[in-house]
Design a protein around this ligand. Structure first.
Ligand SMILES: CSC[C@H]1O[C@@H](n2cnc3c(O)ncnc32)[C@H](O)[C@@H]1O
Ligand SMILES: [Zn+2]
Length: 427
């Protein structure tokens, strides 16, 4: 048969011995992976390229590209309260659209095919995801000292869900996004949980990011953030918990028992000096752990290969065991486990029936030689500059390193203009 797209003579990480494979794509789905010849209306030459599932960025605030290099070398609460929140108060939809498109362009160029986001003006991020072709799991960031205080924001999240969940051939899905235990009162969280439950939606929340958050929560409620969310019933629906840096054995057991999925953000956690999440321990308990960049103002880029590499390295140093989080596990966390973490079942693997979210790495640079182990080369040696081709949902979004759906020159100009207006309105 003739596929819509055929990728010919490409290498895979499994078996990783240099065997040349052919991939056939029909519409948005992978229809064939094997060594038989395939024909396609569009043919991509895969020689000297490695095909891998696209990275899943399991936690970000994509429009925060607007604030990259704006406030560095600070701890989380100082950074948020004194630099970020005052500027975010002046955001508008236009800035979020262009900031989102800038981040999406950066993610596609570095091999990310899906991202889970929590922010303001999420209609605009949804439009940017729709326009660019990337896969997205979106939530409106929610804060509220009481149900009344946070009601309008909850309505916005509800509207976002009704308009965008399942949109664009299922490429965009929506969760509810209560920000954190220190910005949402328990009563407000109860209303958010009830609304999510009513609609069958999942929840995306920052949890146990810093030692201070845990200490304050213990002081105020007599429980850790994880135990408090369990008590509020949050974990009875699906939950994506971002960070989980300060989770003790009891917290981890709660996460495991309820099937809570974790987004580990190693670079942001290091830069904000929040700590190192006990990833090896959580994985041992059977917790699904995906990887995220967090926003570009605390990372400071959206390059998932850096997170994959860092997750492997940190786990080894933290546990004193070089076998902790081997390359294959880091690759899994960046791909199929990340997809599972953000609630997607049909992406993250190069298998028949999965969505055609595929990245081709060009292996002609010195870092790809010799080829003892292709997974090791990708995780420990490759560069994101090697990303050559990116497909999402069977559409080509990057070809020979060039974005096909985003005009970066226009995007950077628009971002500059938005920032000028934002800072002028502050004077
Ligand atoms: C209410 S929308 C999301 C909200 O989260 C802020 N944010 C960005 N990075 C972090 C982080 O690491 N921990 C907690 N909150 C973070 C972002 O600036 C928005 O205000
Ligand atoms: Zn975050």
């Amino acid at each position: 048969m003739v596929y819509d797209i055929a990728i010919k003579d490409v290498e895979l990480t499994e078996p990783g011995d240099g065997t040349l494979f052919n991939i056939g794509i029909n519409g948005s789905t992978i229809g064939y992976v094997g060594t038989d010849p395939v024909e396609g209306k569009t043919v991509l030459d895969g020689r000297d390229h490695l095909a891998v599932p696209g990275w899943v960025n399991a936690h970000t605030h994509v429009a925060m590209t607007l604030f990259r290099s704006y406030a560095d070398d600070m701890a989380l609460m100082d950074w948020l309260q004194n630099r970020i929140w005052p500027l975010e108060a002046r955001l508008d939809g236009r800035a979020v659209y262009w900031g989102s498109l800038l981040g999406i362009g950066e993610m596609i160029r570095t091999g990310t095919t899906c991202f889970a986001d929590m922010y303001f003006f999420m209609e605009e991020t949804a439009k940017a995801a729709a326009d660019s072709g990337i896969r997205a799991v979106l939530s409106r960031g929610l804060t509220g000292s009481s149900p009344e205080d946070g009601a309008a924001r909850l309505e916005e999240n509800t509207q976002l869900y009704k308009t965008w969940n399942g949109a664009q051939n299922g490429r965009i899905t929506v969760m509810f996004g209560p920000h954190a235990p220190y910005t949402c009162s328990p009563d407000y969280l109860k209303t958010v949980i009830a609304r999510a439950r009513e609609l069958g939606a999942e929840i995306h929340m920052h949890l146990a990011e810093t030692a201070g958050e845990v200490a304050d929560c213990l002081k105020q409620y007599g429980k850790s953030p994880i135990a408090l969310m369990e008590e509020l019933g949050m974990f009875e629906g699906g939950t994506l918990a971002a960070h989980c840096v300060h989770v003790d054995e009891a917290d981890q057991d709660i996460l495991a028992r309820h099937g809570v999925r974790v987004a580990h953000n190693p670079q942001s956690n290091l830069k904000l000096a929040s700590g190192i999440a006990p990833v090896a321990s959580m994985l041992k308990k059977g917790i699904t752990v995906g990887l995220g960049t967090d926003g570009a103002s605390s990372n400071n880029n959206l390059d998932m290969l850096e997170e994959v590499r860092l997750a492997a390295m940190l786990a080894k140093t933290q546990s004193g065991d070089p076998k902790a989080v081997p390359a294959s596990q880091a690759l899994a966390m960046g791909t199929w486990m990340g997809a599972k973490a953000v609630g997607l079942k049909d992406t993250g693997k190069l298998e028949v029936g999965q969505k055609a979210d595929i990245v081709l790495y060009n292996m002609d640079s010195p870092a790809w030689y010799p080829r003892h182990d292709r997974t090791s080369l990708l995780v420990y040696a490759a560069s994101s500059a090697d990303v050559d081709t990116v497909l999402v949902d069977g559409n080509i979004l990057l070809r020979k390193g060039e974005l096909t759906t985003i005009d970066l020159e226009k995007v950077t100009a628009e971002v500059g203009q938005c920032l000028k207006e934002m800072t002028a309105s502050a004077e």
